[in-house]
Design a protein around this ligand. Structure first.
Ligand code: AMP
Ligand code: MG
Length: 403
């Protein structure tokens, strides 16, 4: 039996970050940048007003107070997006809006709130310092500065600066496309009435959602019945559509475990037992001439999910070009006694209590138990060499919410 860490290392080694492509900026959201991006111009790119008000010469209004305002004649009006051809000379002002370029001659802006808002003559009710309410060119970013480094995940805040420096297209690692194939003759589409022995295919919904949450572009295939020809056809069909195939089911010791039977014969997929609970039967390798990566997950839904968390999520993050592959973990006191199988790493579905403790959820920890999984917020990770956790012991906790 392989350890979780050794199996993870093998699976990670079987994939590469996806080859970078140039995409329109709008499509880059959620991708990882594959180039350094420099600002071709400074930010702001010109001196501009930070307030709606009046561009003035600070010296002109040095004596202004609320009771003894200074009157200036308003010689022009500049909205954002326009400049003024006029120059602010002694005794004059230009009405200016937030973001409009500073007119020549002016060295400060008086916010409109401190004036009578006049359009011909304005009465200014307070003095201002030179430079007041002016956003200087280059005060944020200087021209030529690298604003984002290769390897940066593009979230909302990073999208903003790319747009601001005019990056209409950027080079990114594309989102991995993942085909999720459920196998099992007992599976039907959710919404279909169940006759005896049939169940709804929940794994493909679980795994597609988990892939998407991990930043991949995933879609469902199947469910595919336990039949070699049908399974092979489903695999064939996906060879040129995706970057990774994920299957669920059919990898245990059952007589109808088609996935293992078919892929073992192809010779490029390895099946092994991993020392974990749940999720012991695992498989990974490549299929087709293009050596498309494939990961075969066990069919029991909780096993499938725990396997996804441990192996597929890091694989997807690697394909996306990220270097931080794992969820952060922390430690918390366990609120109850727990047992764990010797020699296996156990992953118990759990919730974080208001007390800061962690406790298992659900009516049990069976690998078919979706009720507990649905309310779980975290996993308690019990190491291979620990067989019992006592109330109050510190345990490793992986928070499944957020990233
Ligand atoms: P298998 O690995 O194919 O032997 O499946 C193990 C268990 O998981 C069986 O009880 C299956 O019915 C169940 N199972 C397999 N695939 C799915 C699926 N897509 N959705 C829900 N349960 C599944
Ligand atoms: Mg099956």
């Amino acid at each position: 039996m392989l350890s979780v860490d050794d199996y993870l290392a093998r699976v990670l080694a079987s994939v590469e970050p996806l080859t970078p492509v140039e995409v329109p900026l709008v499509a880059a959201h959620g991708c990882v940048l594959a180039e350094d991006v420099a600002a071709p111009w400074p930010l702001p790119s010109f001196d501009n007003s930070s307030m709606d008000g009046y561009a003035v010469r600070a010296a002109d209004v040095a004596s202004a107070t609320e009771s003894t305002p200074v009157a200036l004649s308003v010689i022009d009006d500049v909205p954002a997006g326009f400049g003024s051809a006029e120059e602010v000379r002694p005794g004059t002002a230009i009405r200016i809006m937030t973001g409009a370029p500073m007119p020549a001659g002016a060295d400060a802006v008086v916010p409109v709130e401190r004036t009578d808002a006049g359009t011909e003559i304005v009465r200014i009710g307070s003095a201002v310092d030179v430079g007041a309410c002016i956003r200087r060119a280059g005060e944020d970013v200087v021209a030529g500065e690298i604003v984002l480094r290769s390897g940066t995940l593009l979230e909302s805040r990073q999208m903003a600066i790319l747009a601001a420096v005019g990056s209409g297209h950027v080079r990114v690692h594309p989102q991995p496309r993942v085909a999720v194939i459920s196998t099992g003759s007992e599976l039907v589409e959710p919404g279909t009435p169940l006759t005896h022995g049939l169940i709804s295919d929940s794994n493909s919904y679980l795994l597609v959602a988990a892939c998407r949450e991990a930043g991949a572009d995933a879609y469902r295939v199947g469910p595919v019945v336990d039949d070699s020809a049908a399974f092979l056809a489903a695999i064939e069909d996906q060879l040129h559509r995706c970057d990774l195939i994920l299957t669920s089911g059919g990898v245990s010791m059952g007589a109808y475990d088609t996935v293992k039977a078919v892929l073992s014969e192809l010779g490029s997929v390895d099946f092994m037992k991993v020392a974990m609970n749940p999720g012991m039967p695992q498989g990974h390798g490549h299929v087709g001439e293009g050596r498309l990566p494939i990961i075969t997950l066990p069919g029991n839904p909780v096993s499938s999910y725990i396997s996804f968390e441990n192996f597929v999520r890091p694989v997807l993050r690697r394909m996306r070009g990220l270097t931080e592959l794992h969820r952060p973990s922390s430690r918390a006191r366990c609120a109850v006694d727990l047992k764990s199988p010797a020699g296996k790493r156990q992953f118990a579905r759990a919730v974080l209590l208001p007390s800061g403790e962690v406790a298992p959820v659900g009516t049990g920890q069976g690998s078919h138990m979706l009720g507990g999984l649905a309310v779980a917020e975290a996993l308690i990770v019990i190491p291979e060499d620990v067989t019992a956790v006592r109330t109050g012991d510190e345990v490793e906790v992986v928070d499944l919410r957020g990233r």
